[in-house]
Design a protein around this ligand. Structure first.
Ligand SMILES: [Zn+2]
Length: 162
């Protein structure tokens, strides 16, 4: 089993926090099979709510993905306490926002899509179902009278030690 983290880095303007919207948030990923190297062609999503049985009564995972090439059953689960908001303190720094327990596969690509929640720095406004598919987002906090934005967004996968 390998633990992989998804690390965010972004420029936040008047943003207090950026977070996934909860246990039903869909993390859209592509995987590489560790056994044969096959990469999934389509985006697959995993949520904390999903549950699938592992073969041979070995418990459960959020997602069991059968490799199309070698037919191995691979699986991935979200590590609950590694789901973290990206906050103003993380501005322009790298932070792991979700961790995955991976058996037989590794995530290699991530699609941001929508469903993000953003809280403004003044805390007067929060935005739900924010769309980050363009890797940037612009809004206006009409209560605090300031523009808020998320720009220079990048992500990468990192191995987690624990
Ligand atoms: Zn395979």
């Amino acid at each position: 089993m390998v633990k992989i983290g998804l690390e965010f880095k972004a420029c936040l303007e008047n943003v207090k926090s950026l977070r996934s919207s909860g246990k039903d948030f869909r993390w859209f990923l592509k995987f590489r099979c560790s056994n044969c190297g096959e990469v999934t062609a389509n985006w697959q999503y995993v949520t904390e709510e999903m549950s699938a049985d592992l073969k041979g009564g070995r418990g459960q995972a959020n997602l069991v993905e059968k490799c199309k090439m070698c037919a191995r059953d691979n699986s991935i689960s979200i590590i609950e306490d590694r789901v973290q908001p990206y906050t103003s303190e993380d501005h322009l720094k790298s932070k792991v926002v979700v961790g995955f327990e991976c058996r037989g596969l590794e995530p290699i690509d991530f699609d941001l899509r929508s469903g993000w929640e953003v809280e403004s720095n003044s805390s007067t406004k929060s935005f739900s179902d924010v769309d980050l598919k363009d890797h940037e987002w612009y809004e206006y906090d009409d209560i605090a009278n300031e523009s808020i934005s998320i720009t220079e967004f990048t992500f990468k996968f990192v191995k987690l030690k624990k």
